[in-house]
Design a protein around this ligand. Structure first.
Ligand code: ACM
Length: 264
């Protein structure tokens, strides 16, 4: 199967423009699963909850419903970051829409980065894996700063993920080795969709570093975007190959684990 990562620069607070671009990408990219960046519906650098509340979407609202409808019509999976409103709560979320709506889920970012704590509630969905037998793939989701916690990828892998998707707005240049390592140490594919461009609020500029990548289960690069250009990268993956966790006759990275020795 083919997966695609879309790297672009959302226009801050211009939901209509961003959505139109996202829908056009979904319509035109020839892949089973399309992964977009974190908060790409609105841009990233909100300063407070009031700003997020003005623009946030309900998971069953018009925007996610439109993406779901397209996902079903085109028989594609879509992973897309958006600010989510649920009653009084606000989450930095991503929707995973699959052709069969019953399988679609929302993941709410667990670990909040930098000033996100002033804008969002910590995610309460925990980590889950969606099984899509039509493509024989099990998909796990995390968002950006979640990468700093190896427990996240491990949890997803132990739950059976073959492919971990990571919508991101990364502002450092230290994550590449870690995400390739998360792929290797869990024997899973890893797709990181980062954004490009910068946003300045109250005199502070955040620059997003692109470099989106799809890693194979040995941590090798299957496809890579540049640091500064809008681009779509596509890779062919074989999800079933991630399920054999042994790498020689005697060792298996899951059954060799000794959790009783770990102080976690
Ligand atoms: C991040 O979590 N947006 C770095």
């Amino acid at each position: 199967m083919k997966i695609a990562v879309i790297q672009f620069e959302p226009v801050f607070r211009d939901k209509e423009k961003n959505l139109s671009k996202i829908l056009s990408y979904i319509n035109n990219i020839d892949s089973q699963i399309l992964i977009f960046p974190e908060l790409c519906l609105t841009g990233y650098y909100f300063l407070n909850r009031e700003e997020v509340n003005e623009i946030a979407e309900h998971s069953k609202g018009d925007v996610i419903s439109e993406i779901q409808a397209l996902s079903s019509k085109l028989n594609k999976g879509v992973v897309i970051g958006f600010p989510e409103k649920d009653g009084e709560k606000l989450y930095n979320s991503c929707a995973v829409t699959l052709p069969d709506k019953a399988k679609s889920r929302i993941y709410r970012k667990t670990h909040l980065f930098y000033r996100e704590r002033f804008c969002f509630d910590p995610g309460d969905t925990g980590f889950f894996v969606i099984d899509e037998p039509e493509w024989d793939v099990k998909i796990g989701t995390m968002i950006c700063y979640d990468w700093r916690f190896p427990e996240v990828a491990r949890t997803l892998a132990l739950k059976g993920a073959d492919l971990i998707v990571c919508p991101s707005n990364l502002v450092t240049n230290v994550w590449q080795n870690a995400l390739s390592t998360r792929a290797l140490e869990n024997n899973v594919y890893m797709a990181v969709a980062n954004r490009i461009g910068s946003e300045t609020r109250n005199g502070e500029t955040l620059t997003f570093n692109g470099d989106s990548a799809i890693y194979d289960y040995n941590g090798g690069v299957l496809a890579k975007a540049s640091q500064g250009d809008e681009s779509v990268i596509i890779a062919e993956i074989e999800p079933a190959k991630t399920r054999k966790k042994s790498f020689n006759e005697f060792n298996d990275i899951f059954s060799d684990r000794r959790p009783e020795m770990y102080d976690l």
